[in-house]
Design a protein around this ligand. Structure first.
Ligand SMILES: [Fe+2]
Ligand SMILES: [Fe+2]
Length: 380
């Protein structure tokens, strides 16, 4: 989740997988955020070119009288040509449902993800830190809005999705159920959680569904800022007083394994991935993306002067990648199913915030109705 979509045991019918995308696979130790931003820029160019190209030698899609076989052939041709499916296009029900679930979970994660850091806005150590954190948390709200809007193009309303979240019937990323105990946690979230999100989400900029791909390009650019601000917070603490360095190390120790778990279960346990790969929603497996994240973090940790809490982390010359200890996937499943340290608190807070915002929604609705009535009067 949070750009990933994987099965939770007992959730019958839920499909699972990550996200799509091409670009250089892997990601050795020298690859970092700027390399990822290059991939976002390349995806943006590819998106524009795809819009201008014809599909499989056809200038237009099948006509209104086309039967389902014809529609399906055209859909497959668009996917095979690495072009975009748009809201007006025919798509298989499974493709639509998979996207709705993945985009909704992603949107919910952005919104719930405002809570752990929002908790520190009033306690940021300086006015400048407060302004930066405020901007970052507002960005997350914006990401939620882009994504709900992308989901709406698939024929589901934002109200419905929000109701499903509030009723606990749709999930959000497990990572936001962990507490933020110190200011250093804000740094660790930016560096590791937003960092993992970028690695997961950059390939989504090439997802086969146009509205999702377009939303992801903008989101990834902003996530890159988030990752850098977290890194800068940790760098400042790690080069501050001995107590500050201890605080930074403690935050990294606590956030490392939950961040690795954000990529979902190991490939061997990840069902439905293949279908998502075929549809080009997803292009890299959970384990490939996790490895890419580990390789990226090792070098950055050494610049920070902080240790990653894994005694078995070492470069594997043969694989040209770091060996590392896997996160506790039983814990991941427990947290996803509602039994993490802050699940209840996060859900209760979101429900209360939704109830408190009822008057805003009602006022906006009344205003829209008034405007529509005025327009009708003018037209009459
Ligand atoms: Fe975000
Ligand atoms: Fe972010």
């Amino acid at each position: 989740m949070y750009g990933n979509d994987f099965n939770v045991p007992d959730d019958a019918g839920e499909s699972g997988s990550v996200s799509g995308g091409s670009g250089p696979a892997g990601g050795g130790p020298s690859r970092g955020p700027s390399h990822l931003l290059d991939e976002v820029a390349a995806a943006e160019r590819a998106l524009r070119e795809a819009g201008a190209a014809s599909v499989a030698g056809q200038d237009a899609g099948p006509g209104a009288e086309a039967d389902e076989d014809e529609l399906r052939r055209y859909f497959d041709a668009v996917i095979d040509a690495d072009q975009k499916i748009e809201p007006r296009d025919w798509m298989p029900t499974g493709y639509r449902q998979s996207l709705i679930r993945q985009i909704a979970q992603h949107a919910h994660s952005e919104i719930i993800g405002m809570q752990p850091e929002g908790n520190w806005i009033s306690r940021a150590p300086s006015l400048q830190r407060k302004a930066i954190l405020l901007a970052k948390v507002q960005d997350e709200a914006g990401h939620g809005l882009y994504l709900y809007a992308a989901a709406e193009t698939l024929g589901v309303s934002r109200d419905t999705l929000v109701e499903l979240l509030l009723a606990g019937r749709q999930k959000y990323s497990s990572i936001f159920n962990y507490p933020t105990l110190t200011w250093a946690d804000v740094g660790a979230i930016g560096w590791l959680v937003d960092g993992a999100a970028i690695v997961n989400q950059v390939p989504l900029c090439r997802c086969s569904y146009g509205p999702y791909a377009r939303a992801m390009i903008r989101i990834c650019k902003e996530e890159s800022f988030h990752q850098r601000q977290g890194y800068e917070i940790l760098h400042t603490l790690a080069h501050g007083t001995p107590e500050q360095k201890v605080m930074a190390q403690d935050a990294v120790d606590r956030w490392w394994y939950p961040s690795l778990a954000m990529f979902g279960p190991p490939d061997a346990d990840s069902t439905h991935s293949q279908q998502s790969m075929t549809w080009r929603i997803k292009r890299f497996s959970n384990d490939e993306l996790r490895q890419r994240f580990v390789d990226m973090c090792v070098q950055q940790a050494s610049v920070l002067g902080l240790d990653l809490p894994d005694p078995d982390l070492r470069w594997n010359e043969q694989r040209q990648a770091y060996d590392y200890t896997q996160p506790d996937y039983d814990e991941l499943m427990r947290v996803i199913k509602g039994d993490g340290p802050c699940n209840r608190q996060r859900a209760a807070h979101r429900r209360a915030a939704h109830a408190e915002g009822a008057w805003v929604r009602e006022a906006a609705q009344a205003y829209a109705e008034k405007q529509a009535a005025r327009m009708r009067e003018v037209a009459a």
